[in-house]
Design a protein around this ligand. Structure first.
Ligand code: AMP
Length: 173
């Protein structure tokens, strides 16, 4: 395994967006072309190995990493977006947060029947968002061939929400 350059460029921001949360800010990774390229290359290799036919990015930092992966592999890219952002006919999945719920949506033509979808986001925390994205893919009769994340917060046990799916992570905390 090569040294992951992006690890040097992940910035800890305490108490964002609220007190007690240590936010892992990936913005500096994007400002370092070599670190970004390496991260995209590694995620692309995994997506290819999993036989991806479409890349799904979770809003919004999943778009930043998912689009270059799709381009690099010559694959289509589809968005999983927060509630109320998608204009066309869509399906919706809710998931639980510590307090309340969140919602992700996909256009009904984001994944086609039988298509193998590879889901990308910047960070795996509790896994609620990623699991909801997987349910959307499956409701569209696609299958999730894998997940790719730049960062995993292992102490939140997000993988327990993604049991049965291959999960690839570059940097663990
Ligand atoms: P979860 O559904 O709990 O796995 O949360 C994942 C989503 O929330 C991802 O889209 C992350 O970008 C964001 N997120 C959650 N916790 C953090 C954190 N500590 N630092 C940065 N992003 C986070």
């Amino acid at each position: 395994m090569p040294e992951i350059l992006a690890k040097k460029f992940i910035r800890d921001v305490p108490d964002f967006p609220k007190k007690g949360i240590l936010f892992k800010d990936i913005a500096p990774v994007l400002q370092h072309a070599e670190a970004l390229q390496q991260a995209v290359d590694i995620i692309s290799l995994d997506a290819k190995a999993k036989g991806a036919e479409v890349v799904i990015g979770i809003e919004s930092r999943g778009f930043v990493f998912g689009v270059p992966v799709a381009l690099q592999l010559g694959l289509p890219f589809s968005m999983a977006r927060k509630l109320g952002k998608l204009p066309y006919e869509r399906i919706t999945e809710e998931y639980a947060l510590e307090y309340g719920t969140n919602t992700v949506e996909m256009h009904i033509d984001a994944v086609s029947e039988g298509q193998r979808a590879y889901v990308v986001d910047d960070l795996l925390a509790t896994g609620g968002t990623a699991a909801a994205a997987a349910r959307l893919v499956e409701r569209l009769k696609g299958s999730v061939c894998g997940f790719g994340f730049l960062v995993e917060l292992t102490f939140l046990n997000g993988r327990e929400n993604l049991l049965g799916y291959p999960v690839h992570v570059l940097i663990e905390y």
